[in-house]
Design a protein around this ligand. Structure first.
Ligand SMILES: Cc1cc2nc3c(=O)[nH]c(=O)nc-3n(C[C@H](O)[C@H](O)[C@H](O)COP(=O)(O)OP(=O)(O)OC[C@H]3O[C@@H](n4cnc5c(N)ncnc54)[C@H](O)[C@@H]3O)c2cc1C
Length: 497
């Protein structure tokens, strides 16, 4: 009989593992407590595919190995799964002599890690690569291998591809307990009942310490480390051509300026250690945002006016003790695997982590990892109307008039795309929510942040999902918008109250 494997957590790590394991003759189950994949650390980060020159292999061997390999694997995966990426390269800027020593330190680290194309350059060459660098920059470390990716789209693509290859998706399913007997994993207690599995891979991000504790392994804690950001509107100028940041500190790679794959300038993040019990604390603060602004001004010649900021937001890094990834298969309970503390550069590292986990299962758990026939590495991304030529747009509208109805003006998203997103969400077994539409179509991501299109999109969801308008939610149960007939809402409140 096929061995059954549960992956707990549908972030970038869990989804990458699901995709890699879907190659083998195993019964794969991805379990995610939210209505959709990618809503944990994966949805709010700097979106950089790091080259690997900032990882010290002597201190963090796994991070260094996975980062360099992950950067290489993403090139192939992005092509196979039609994931939006760009490869602008990165400039680490030194503003003084101390900074110069740091550049040399990272050049050496990078060379040891096998990062290609690293080069220290002077002000004239920097200006050619990035005209918006401040005059006081004395030198920079150029890393041409650095890239940018749409993190949520990457996560969705991995989940879709894994599902196409037979992995079963369990969204809105929360692991509440782990059953262990005679030193072996027996199964998972979830809000939807008991699930008997042979292997459980814990990729629960910020909550990986709690899941590990349920299996009787409670020797580490995951601490949230907050990162705040500014995201600018499409027309905010000047943007940056490269990924730019100042020399890092021991704790953080520092404030970055990037132009996202979608073409928006983004500044951030901060690095603020929170308490263990603050795993949902994603507020932005005046202090944090001012810190980003002041730091960005140190290395950028000019910034767009603040009224061009379209969004301020924060993400939480799942920070392990000493910054070390905890990736281990245990002898007791046999069948339990931790993929915990996947802090930065986890987005970059995820493909390589997933391949490592497949090896662990073979070597440490003695699973026969037989490749199955007909595994399909390809997945086609969503049609993005705004990226088509005029003639392609016309052709699409002729075939389906829903593509002629633009619902989100800021990002030029059409009804046809919203309907396609709903079909994909349904196929994945995810919740048809406003956020799951947003992350697939980019509607509500623009300057007006949804104030124009929210009700239109809610109406399409209501029509396609066959639910009343007031039941359309932001991200699942308990987050209903309550759009619609006020009398219906009042009656509902009365009935419930
Ligand atoms: C501010 C910031 C900037 C960053 N910048 C970069 C960068 O530029 N480049 C880079 O490479 N990395 C970056 N990172 C790191 C990267 O985002 C993370 O390493 C990566 O997203 C972690 O992925 P994950 O799958 O381990 O965790 P997550 O994405 O958090 O996924 C864990 C999932 O588990 C689910 N879950 C939790 N508990 C349960 C349960 N009981 N039952 C079922 N499901 C559960 C959660 O809902 C969640 O979806 C950054 C991170 C942050 C926060």
């Amino acid at each position: 009989m096929k061995k059954s494997v549960a992956i707990i957590g549908g972030g970038i790590a869990g989804c990458a593992i699901a995709r890699v394991l879907s190659k083998y003759d195993l019964d794969i189950h991805l379990i995610e407590k939210e209505a959709d994949v990618g809503w944990g650390a994966t949805k709010a980060n700097t979106s950089i595919i790091h080259p690997g020159h900032e990882e010290d292999a002597a201190i963090h061997p796994l991070r260094a190995k996975f980062c360099v390999e992950g950067n290489r694997i993403w090139r192939k995966w992005a092509e196979e799964m039609d994931i939006p990426v760009s490869w602008p390269g990165e400039l680490m800027i030194a503003l003084d002599d101390g900074g110069m020593e740091t550049l040399e330190h990272y050049l050496k680290l990078g060379e040891k890690n096998g990062v290609e194309g690293l080069e220290i350059m002077g002000r004239e060459e920097i200006k050619k690569l990035e005209p918006n660098v401040n005059e006081n920059a004395i030198a920079a470390l150029w890393a041409p291998a650095a890239g940018l990716i749409e993190p949520w789209e990457a996560c969705i693509a991995l989940a879709e591809n894994a599902a196409d290859n037979g992995a079963k998706m369990h969204l809105n399913t929360e692991v509440k307990g782990i059953a262990v007997g005679d030193g072996k994993l027996r199964g998972l207690e979830t809000n939807r009942g008991f699930m008997k599995v042979d292997v459980a891979i814990n990729a629960a991000g910020l909550f990986a310490d709690e899941i590990s504790g349920m299996a009787g392994i409670d020797d580490f804690k995951i601490c949230p480390r907050k990162g705040q950001y500014y995201l600018f509107s499409d027309d905010a100028m000047p943007k940056v051509k490269r990924i730019v940041h100042m020399t890092p500190t021991e704790k953080t790679k520092g404030v970055y300026a990037v132009t996202t794959v979608e073409g928006n300038l983004m500044l951030g993040p901060t690095a603020e250690d929170l308490d263990f019990d603050e795993k949902e604390e994603r507020s932005t603060t005046e202090e944090g945002l001012d810190y980003i602004w002041e730091n960005a001004r140190k290395f950028l010649a000019s910034l767009p006016p603040r009224n061009k900021v379209s969004k301020m937001f924060a993400g939480l890094r799942p920070e392990p003790p000493d910054g070390k990834y905890i990736i281990r298969a245990y002898e007791s309970p046999w069948g339990f695997v931790n993929v915990a503390g996947i802090r930065s550069p986890g987005l970059t590292a995820a493909p390589s982590i997933a391949e490592y986990v497949a090896k662990l299962m073979e070597e440490k758990l003695d699973l026969r990892m037989a490749e199955k026939e007909g595994w399909n590495p390809f997945r086609k991304g969503m049609k993005r109307f705004s990226r088509l030529s005029d003639s392609e747009k016309q052709h699409l509208i002729n075939r389906n008039p829903q593509y002629g109805n633009v619902v989100c003006m800021c990002k030029e998203v059409t009804e046809g795309e919203v309907v396609e997103a709903i079909e994909r969400i349904r196929k994945l077994g995810a919740g048809i929510t406003m956020d799951s539409i947003k992350f697939r179509t980019l509607a509500m991501f623009g300057e007006c942040q949804g104030s124009f299109c929210r009700s239109r999109i809610a109406s399409i969801i209501s029509r396609e999902a066959g639910i009343p308008l007031w039941q359309v939610s932001l991200k699942g149960d308990g987050t209903e918008y309550g759009i619609g007939d006020i009398k219906v809402l009042q009656r509902r409140e009365k009935d419930e109250g």
